[in-house]
Design a protein around this ligand. Structure first.
Ligand SMILES: Cc1cc2nc3c(=O)[nH]c(=O)nc-3n(C[C@H](O)[C@H](O)[C@H](O)COP(=O)(O)O)c2cc1C
Ligand SMILES: C=C(O[C@@H]1CC(C(=O)O)=C[C@@H](OP(=O)(O)O)[C@H]1O)C(=O)O
Length: 383
């Protein structure tokens, strides 16, 4: 079974991820992992932390001479900021007078201190922080390398910032990559960059923050990943859960998603055609590549909405957890907008779910066996 766990605090020494269920014989390209990590750090509106970190991965188990062994793979990403936090994080009783006691509405702070019986919100925010998503992007990059060996590609772009559309939806990967060329944000079309920057800058000047929408597209996927036979084997179940698990993601849609509410059935589905030279095909992709919990051979299209960042420099009302006095919420170094970064995490989570489903369907102990099984299946379903 393909699965992974991460560990690590935002200002601790490092993040780790342990992945199990990877077949032997996957050639791991560490540069590719580092490129994905760098993409996650980009985006206009990110805070000072991203100037400190330069994420790169160390692989400490499960890989020999560049190939997976079939054993658990452990990844480490070191936090450069640890050097600035070591005393506060590691020396018991060191009082800096910076105990965090004014929980931020929208963050894990208040529910976390109640649940875990802590007197310092820092005990909560360290792990609730989206810093952890760096580890997921590293895992996602390995998942993408499994998918790529079977011809499957994944990409993403930002479509909305703060309620304003900055890029068209339902783009192909070729269009997404073409539009991103020359973009200094790396995650959004150049034509939209100016608009996006203005919106984020205006929010920053007001001590505010912004959310938005991103779209993830996966192409060249064979039909039949996922299943309708149990609720938890439906691919849309898994994609929604995986993308919703990214901090601050509050809605996920597949294909036409919430637009379905306004469409009659005659305009909601993707008619099926056949021509001997093309095989079976569709002219539309409203289903976002998934019918009956299974891929249908069309691109998989997942969209997600990110809520505005909870840490505000013009803080909202809160309550001191020690004295119960009315206060303003804690302010600390923060992103103003992180939708571009979340999109990269969305790609990673999508790739992880697709790789999991691919390994379930074609699973074997060696990557070569899997590729052979994929080819056999593709021949069998070719009409
Ligand atoms: C890439 C990324 C960066 C984020 N950066 C910040 C940040 O700088 N400050 C902040 O308060 N929240 C940030 N968040 C959002 C919080 O992590 C998130 O709102 C919080 O953990 C509570 O979880 P919830 O919003 O899912 O309820 C970020 C989220 C992502 C995905
Ligand atoms: C560290 C990352 O994101 C962090 C996510 C985050 C939060 O509350 O989620 C708060 C900020 O952390 P800090 O307080 O250290 O500035 C972000 O920078 C990262 O993406 O690598």
């Amino acid at each position: 079974m393909f699965r992974f766990l991460t560990s690590g605090e935002s200002h601790g020494a490092c993040l780790t991820a342990t992945i199990e269920g990877l077949p032997a014989g996957i050639q791991i390209d560490v540069d590719k992992i580092n490129k994905e990590l760098a993409r996650r750090q980009q985006g206009y509106g990110r805070g000072g932390r991203m100037k400190i970190e330069k994420d790169s991965v160390e692989i400490v188990s499960g890989v020999r001479f560049g190939f997976t062994l079939g054993s658990p793979v452990t990844l480490i990403i070191r936090n450069r900021d640890w050097a600035n936090w070591e005393e506060r994080m590691a020396v018991e009783g060191s009082e800096h007078g910076d105990r965090v006691i004014c929980p931020r509405p929208g963050h894990a702070d208040l529910s976390g201190v109640l649940k875990y019986q802590r007197q310092d919100v820092r005990d909560i925010l360290e792990r609730a922080s989206a810093r952890e998503t760096a580890a997921r992007v590293a895992v996602g990059s390995i998942a993408r390398q499994v998918l790529a060996a079977c011809g499957i590609c994944v990409a993403s772009h930002v479509t909305d910032i703060g309620g304003a559309a900055v890029a068209p939806k339902s783009r192909s990967i070729a269009e997404i990559l073409r539009d991103k060329e020359g973009s200094d944000l790396g995650c959004v079309e150049p034509a939209a960059e100016q608009k996006m920057k203005q919106l984020i800058q205006a929010a920053k000047e007001q001590g505010d923050s912004l959310g938005g929408v991103f779209e993830v597209v996966a192409e060249n996927i064979m039909p039949g990943l996922g299943s309708y036979v149990h609720w938890d084997r439906r691919l849309d179940t898994r994609l929604a859960a995986a993308v919703m698990s990214i901090p601050a993601i509050k809605g996920v849609e597949i294909g036409a998603g919430f637009e379905y509410a306004a469409l009659p059935g005659s305009m909601a589905h993707d008619e099926i055609f056949y021509e001997p030279e093309r095989g079976v095909y569709r002219q539309t992709n409203r289903a976002g590549g998934i019918e009956g919990g299974m891929t249908n051979g069309q691109p998989v299209v997942v969209r997600a909405v990110m809520k505005p960042i909870p840490t505000l420099m013009t803080p909202l009302a809160s309550v001191n957890i020690a004295t119960h006095e009315a206060v303003k919420a804690n302010t600390e170094r923060s992103d103003v907008c992180a939708v571009s970064a979340a999109a990269v995490v969305g790609e990673a989570m999508t790739a992880i779910v697709l790789a999991e489903s691919l390994l379930e369907k074609f699973g074997g102990d060696s990557m070569e066996d899997i590729i052979t099984a994929v080819r056999h299946y593709q021949r069998r379903i070719a009409w």
